[in-house]
Write a protein that binds this ligand. Structure first.
Ligand code: NAD
Length: 309
């Protein structure tokens, strides 16, 4: 039977790529989002619901008859969330709790939550890639609220038997990531390099993160959806760490430009080292990343050139 899938937040960066992959798999797809996709027109074959998922009439209409809910909506960013903890809880946890309540009423059969592999762990105890089993000690309201959302989903599963999957992506990059926004170092740095603007580096530039090309993230998500909802949490990353200065050097090489760096004080809520262990996902689905970091940069640049033509 064709799966009927609703993506809440499906017009964002990750959702737009997930929509492509699910349509290619033959899913019957709905998207509920407060805004349209930024970089392309609506997709044929998708049923769109325009609005906020806090609007119960819109949410109910979007959920009715769906068997699978994928929750991608999130309004705040890891660092911006410091400005207002109450807002983070209201817009993160409370909104998600309302969506889950209606999903249970509408007899949705399974839920996937997009959490955060970069923010829920906090500063890991060593430089080794972090496994899903280590104690989570988030150091930002964003990370804390993501962890609470995971816990809330588990509780709903316990109370109502709703099967779930949680994915903790690292730092995805690629086409359709907003290079004028505040999240996604690679497209933002790329845009600033190509337009002769300085690049802001928070801290000493040695913070190490795990970057994954967007279609690899989506490949991993689809492999999990196909493997089934086993009420587990999965990291999704490349398993490789790169510092900010290494990212800049790779971009300089790819774009044949020299960067001007402006160093700024590190944010208290940023972690110095974050690389994800991928063993659990690989054991479950056999998935491994397919795109090298350099190829990912090249493909992102090709897309950027088309958009900025
Ligand atoms: N991009 C990353 O680096 C990254 C890394 C790890 C985890 N995540 C998580 O993955 C998810 C998707 O990330 P993204 O980069 O695609 O974000 P995005 O901001 O590009 O997309 C989120 C979408 O959710 C929509 N939205 C927000 N609040 C809504 C609401 N109340 N009702 C309906 N729609 C709403 C927005 O309009 C937007 O289109 C988020 O939960 C994010 O926290 C992202």
């Amino acid at each position: 039977m064709t799966p009927k899938i609703l993506l809440i937040g499906g017009n964002g960066f990750i959702g737009s790529h997930l929509a492509d992959a699910l349509l290619a798999c033959g899913a019957s797809l709905r998207i509920l989002d407060v805004q349209a996709e930024r970089f392309r027109p609506p997709l044929p074959g998708v049923q769109y619901f325009s609005g906020d998922c806090t609007n119960s009439a819109t949410l109910r209409a979007a959920l009715a008859g769906c068997d699978t809910l994928v929750y991608l909506a999130h309004n705040t960013l890891p660092l911006a969330s410091f400005l207002n903890l109450d807002r983070e809880v209201r817009q993160g946890l409370e909104v998600f709790a309302g969506v889950l309540e209606m999903a249970v009423q509408e007899q949705v059969e399974r839920v996937m939550l997009f959490s955060s592999g970069g923010a829920v762990y906090g500063e890991p105890p060593s430089a080794a890639p972090v496994e899903e089993t280590i104690a989570c000690r988030p150091v930002s309201p964003y990370g804390l609220v993501k962890l609470m959302m995971e816990g809330y989903l588990h509780m709903v599963h316990h109370l109502h038997g709703l099967p779930y999957l949680v994915v903790r992506p690292s730092n995805p990059f690629g086409p359709r990531q907003n290079f004028l926004g505040h999240q996604g170092a690679i497209p933002i740095f790329m845009h600033r390099l190509l337009t002769g603007q300085p690049i802001s580096v928070w801290g000493d530039g040695q913070a190490v993160k795990d970057y994954i090309y967007i279609t690899d993230l989506i490949g991993a998500v689809v492999s999990l959806l196909e493997a089934g909802f086993d009420n587990q949490i999965y990291n999704i990353g490349s398993g490789l760490g790169r510092s900010v200065v290494e990212i800049v050097a790779a971009l300089e090489q790819e774009l044949s430009r020299k960067a001007r760096l402006e160093y700024r004080p590190a944010h208290a809520g940023d972690v110095a080292h974050s690389v994800l262990a991928m063993g659990k996902l690989t054991a479950r689905t056999g998935w491994t990343p397919q795109t090298s970091f350099e190829d990912g940069l090249r493909k992102t640049k090709q897309w950027y050139d088309q958009v900025e033509k």
